[in-house]
Design a protein around this ligand. Structure first.
Ligand code: G6P
Ligand code: MG
Length: 217
């Protein structure tokens, strides 16, 4: 049986939320807006444009289109300085074990991320060759919770959406997987990701039996 396994990147494969936080916080400070870690939580799975819109909204700021573009560019330049220092050590626990297991079982493996930096991050942590398809923020028009990113992942794998399984850490991503008619697996807290079909704290809690069940389903 061949299933499609679609992985989100940020928060599932690597913990880049801390770098997004540092970069957004610096930006917010620069325009006199307070930006908290709780607010950063709400930006998980949210595109770069939407994230800045939310920060401005929370801070009651309106800025020109030109300044908006400038801030976006600065934010990403700043973010990329953190990404540049990443290596294999930042891969979250047991991600490689699960990827290797699924590859050995000849399953379809894709990335489904909102990030436009997905390829460079995968390259930095040396995981590019584990994925058969990569769908990222450069490939989609509608962000999560819209299912577009995962439907494109399924189609790149040539596997029907209802034969796909999504690993996600964000609420928007779980909703996108559900809307795509895929099995949704939350990586994080049950009380936040309650809309998921299954929730695991991290991949160390996901055993071979569970993965085999998903393949057989
Ligand atoms: C992921 C992260 C978000 C981020 C988005 C866009 O979904 O969880 O926090 O805003 O990607 O990332 P990018 O690298 O394109 O700015
Ligand atoms: Mg994520």
């Amino acid at each position: 049986n061949k299933k499609g396994f679609i992985f989100d990147l940020d928060g599932v494969i690597v913990d880049t939320a801390k770098y997004h936080f540092l970069a957004w916080q610096k930006l917010a400070k620069g325009i006199g807006v307070n930006f908290t870690e709780a607010e950063n939580e709400q930006l998980k799975g949210v595109s770069r444009v939407k994230s800045l819109e939310k920060i401005l909204e929370w801070g009651n700021k309106t800025i020109s289109e030109a300044d908006f573009m400038k801030l976006m560019t600065h934010k990403n330049e700043d973010y990329l300085t953190y990404i540049n220092d990443m290596n294999e050590e930042e891969i979250l626990p047991d991600v490689v074990r699960v990827l290797d297991f699924l590859n050995e079982k000849n399953q379809g493996i894709a990335l489904g991320s909102a990030s436009k930096n997905a390829r460079i991050i995968l390259q930095k942590v040396s995981l590019l060759d584990k994925f058969k398809a990569i769908v990222d923020g450069n490939d989609v028009v509608k962000g999560k919770p819209n299912p577009e990113v995962f439907l494109k992942g399924a189609s790149a794998l040539l596997i029907e959406p209802n034969q796909c399984i999504v690993f996600e850490d964000s609420v928007a991503g779980i909703q996108a997987a559900n809307a795509a008619n895929m099995i949704s697996i939350g990586i994080g807290e049950q009380d936040i990701l309650y809309e998921a079909d299954y929730v695991f704290k991290d991949f160390t809690e996901m055993d071979v039996n569970f993965l085999n069940e998903l393949i057989k389903k």
